[in-house]
Design a protein around this ligand. Structure first.
Ligand code: GLC
Ligand code: CA
Length: 545
C-alpha cells in the first residue's frame, strides 16, 4: 500500500478572509480558522489548501503578493500562523499554502526598486523590453479585463511583462537570483511547518519570456531542481500544481523523459473537470470515459487532484465550441453567469438547480474517480453564488455557519456580503442546521468521505472504465490496488436503470454497497443491478487484507 500521504488525502480549499472572522473586523482570520478546525476534522478533511496568505494590495484576491515572508496583517501574525499549523497537526490535518511566484504585486518592494532605475539590484528580477514587443496583445489570461501582456512603465521607461493583470509583473525566471529566492521562500514556510505548496500558474513560472516571442521556451528543469531542493528540506513535502495545458504536455510536469516522478507530485485534473461538466450537462458519461481513456499514464508517484469547483471560474476552454455552448446552455445560460468567454462563475449547487440528488451524484463521481479529491469551502453545505458581485467574487462569498447575523461569519461588516436571500441564503443553507440533520448534504459529505477513507483503492490505485453494455446514462468504473477492488455505478440521467454486471461477478467476494443513494436489493449474481436516476452505488468487490 502506498505510504504517500497525498494519495489518501482529502483536500479542502479555503480563503482565510472569507472563512471565519474571530476579531469582528469583518475579515476572516487565522484565529477564526483555528476555531473551525474541529469542524474540518469532523468532515474528514486531512489537508488544507489555503489561498494566498501573504500581505497584498488584494487586487486579485491575494494573488498579487507584496511580501512572501509574512502573513497578511488582516489575517493575523506569523505567530498565529504557527499556532494554526500546530493545532491542525494535532488533528491530523496538513496545511498547504498557495505559492504565487510567477509574478509579484507591482507594489512589492522588488518591483518598486526595479522600476526606479536600470541600476537597481532588482531590475533583472523582472522581464523588460526597451521597445514595444510585437506580441504584446497576445496570451492574455483575463480577456476582457486585460488588454495586453506587456505594459509601458513610465518610471522605468521600459515595457514590462505581465501574463496576468497589469499590476502583476512577472518575475524573471532566467535570473538565478530569482530561482534562489523562490527556493528560499519555500524553505521558510517548510521550516514553519507547511506540508507543501499549491503552485500557481506553473507553465508561466517556467516560461523564459522573450519579447516578441509568444511561444517562449519553458525550462521544466527548474521544477526538477525545486523538487530536489524541497524534498531534502522535508521528505514528505508535496507540490500541487496548476498547469492547465494541452494533454500531450501534461506528463512533462510530473517528470522527465526517464518516466520518473521527479517534478510535481500532483496536478489539478483540469481535463477531467471539463469533461465531468460536459458529462453532467449531457447526462451522458461518454466524456468521462473519453477522459479516462485519453489521459496519459503518469509516472509512478504522480497523482491527479480532482475538483468540481475551485476559487476560479469553471474553465470550459478545452471543449469544442459546440460542447462549450452545450455546457453554457445547461449551467450558465445568461451572460452574467459567464466569464472571459470561457467560463462559468457559479458554484455547483446553483449550476445543478439545487437538486440534491444531482449534487450528490456529481460529488460521488468526483470523489470516486482517479486521484485525490479537492473540495472548495462551502460546497459541502451546497452554498450558492452572488452574481451581483464582480467577476470571480461571485463564488467567493463568506462561509455560512449559522442563522446568526451575516451567517455567523462575523459580528462586524463582512468583507463581502454573505448570501442572505433566496434558497441559498444563510437562513436556509448553514453549517449549524445541517450538522443536526442526518439527512443534510453536510452529513452526506461526512459519510461519503468516511467511506472514501475505507477505500484506499480510489486514491492510490488504478481507475478504469468497465466496458459492459449499459443503459443510457450509466457509468461503471472500478478502482484496483493491492488492498482490493471497488466497483462504482453512476447514473447520470434521471431514468432508473438496471445493469448486467455478471462479467465481473467471478471477482466478487461477499460484495456489498458501502455507499449508495438509497437502499438497493441484494446484489445476487450481478445479473440485474439496479441504479436509480441520478443514483450511484459504491460496491466493495473484494478486499485483500
Ligand atoms: C491562478 C489563480 C487565479 C489568479 C491567477 C493569477 O490562475 O487560480 O485565481 O488570478 O493565477 O495569480
Ligand atoms: Ca478578522
Amino acid at each position: 500500500m502506498s505510504d504517500r500521504w497525498y494519495k489518501k488525502a482529502v483536500v479542502y480549499c479555503l480563503d482565510i478572509d472569507t472563512f471565519a472572522d474571530a476579531n469582528g473586523d469583518g475579515i476572516g482570520d487565522i484565529r477564526g480558522l483555528i476555531g473551525r478546525l474541529d469542524y474540518l476534522a469532523r468532515l474528514g478533511v486531512t489537508c488544507l489548501w489555503l489561498n494566498p496568505i501573504h500581505p497584498s494590495p488584494d487586487r486579485d484576491d491575494g494573488y498579487d503578493v507584496a511580501d512572501f515572508y509574512n502573513v497578511d496583517p488582516r489575517f493575523g501574525t506569523l505567530g498565529d500562523f504557527a499556532e494554526l499549523l500546530h493545532q491542525a497537526n494535532s488533528l491530523g490535518i496538513k496545511v498547504v499554502i498557495d505559492l504565487v511566484v510567477n509574478h509579484t504585486s507591482d507594489q512589492h518592494p522588488w518591483f518598486q526598486s526595479a522600476r526606479s532605475s536600470p541600476d537597481s539590484p532588482y531590475r533583472n528580477w523582472y522581464v523588460w523590453s526597451e521597445s514595444a514587443p510585437a506580441d504584446r496583445h497576445q496570451g492574455m489570461v483575463f480577456p476582457g479585463e486585460q488588454g495586453e501582456t506587456w505594459s509601458y512603465d513610465r518610471t522605468a521607461k521600459a515595457w514590462y511583462y505581465h501574463r496576468f493583470y497589469k499590476f502583476q509583473p512577472d518575475l524573471n525566471i532566467k535570473n538565478p537570483q530569482v530561482r534562489d529566492e523562490i527556493k528560499r521562500i519555500c524553505a521558510f514556510w517548510i521550516q514553519l511547518g507547511v506540508a507543501g505548496f499549491r503552485m500557481d500558474a506553473v507553465p508561466f513560472i517556467i516560461e523564459e519570456t522573450e519579447p516578441g516571442n509568444p511561444d517562449s521556451p519553458k525550462d521544466l528543469d527548474f521544477l526538477t531542481d525545486l523538487r530536489q531542493y524541497l524534498q531534502w528540506r522535508r521528505g514528505d513535502v508535496v507540490l500541487l500544481a496548476e498547469a492547465n495545458v494541452e494533454p500531450d504536455q501534461l506528463v512533462k510536469f510530473f517528470g522527465d523523459a526517464g518516466g520518473s516522478n521527479s517534478r510535481i507530485h500532483m496536478l489539478f485534473d483540469f481535463m477531467l473537470n471539463t469533461k465531468l461538466m460536459l458529462a453532467l450537462a449531457r447526462q451522458d458519461p461518454e466524456p468521462i470515459i473519453e477522459a479516462l481513456r485519453e489521459t496519459p499514464k503518469l509516472p509512478a508517484g504522480g497523482q491527479w487532484a480532482t475538483f468540481l469547483r475551485n476559487h476560479d471560474e469553471v474553465d470550459l476552454s478545452r471543449l469544442t465550441a459546440d460542447q462549450r455552448a452545450q455546457a453554457f446552455e445547461v449551467f450558465g445560460p445568461s451572460p452574467e453567469m459567464q466569464l472571459y468567454g470561457r467560463g462559468i462563475r457559479r458554484r455547483l449547487a446553483p449550476m445543478l438547480g439545487n437538486d440534491r440528488r444531482w449534487i450528490e451524484l456529481a460529488y460521488s463521481l468526483q470523489f470516486s474517480l482517479r486521484g485525490t479529491p479537492v473540495l472548495r469551502y462551502g460546497e459541502e453545505i451546497g452554498m450558492g453564488d452572488d452574481l451581483a458581485l464582480e467577476g470571480r467574487d461571485a463564488i467567493r462569498t463568506p462561509m455560512q455557519w449559522s442563522h446568526l447575523d451575516h451567517g455567523g461569519f462575523t459580528s462586524g461588516t463582512p468583507v463581502r456580503p454573505v448570501i442572505a436571500e433566496g434558497e441559498f441564503g444563510y437562513h436556509r443553507v448553514n453549517v449549524t442546521e445541517q450538522r443536526h440533520d442526518p439527512k443534510s448534504l453536510l452529513s452526506w459529505f461526512e459519510r461519503m468521505i468516511r467511506t472514501l477513507r475505507e477505500a484506499p483503492e480510489i486514491g492510490a490505485g488504478t481507475c478504469t472504465h468497465i466496458d459492459v453494455p449499459v443503459p443510457e446514462g450509466v457509468l461503471v468504473h472500478r478502482a484496483d490496488d493491492v488492498t482490493g477492488t471497488m466497483l462504482f455505478l453512476h447514473n447520470l440521467c434521471t431514468k432508473d436503470a438496471v445493469v448486467d454486471l455478471s462479467s465481473v461477478y467471478s471477482e466478487a467476494e461477499s460484495p456489498n454497497d458501502v455507499l449508495a443513494d438509497r437502499e438497493y436489493p441484494d446484489l445476487g449474481k450481478f445479473a440485474e443491478v439496479p441504479v436509480a436516476g441520478h443514483g450511484y452505488r459504491w460496491i466493495r468487490l473484494r478486499r485483500c487484507s
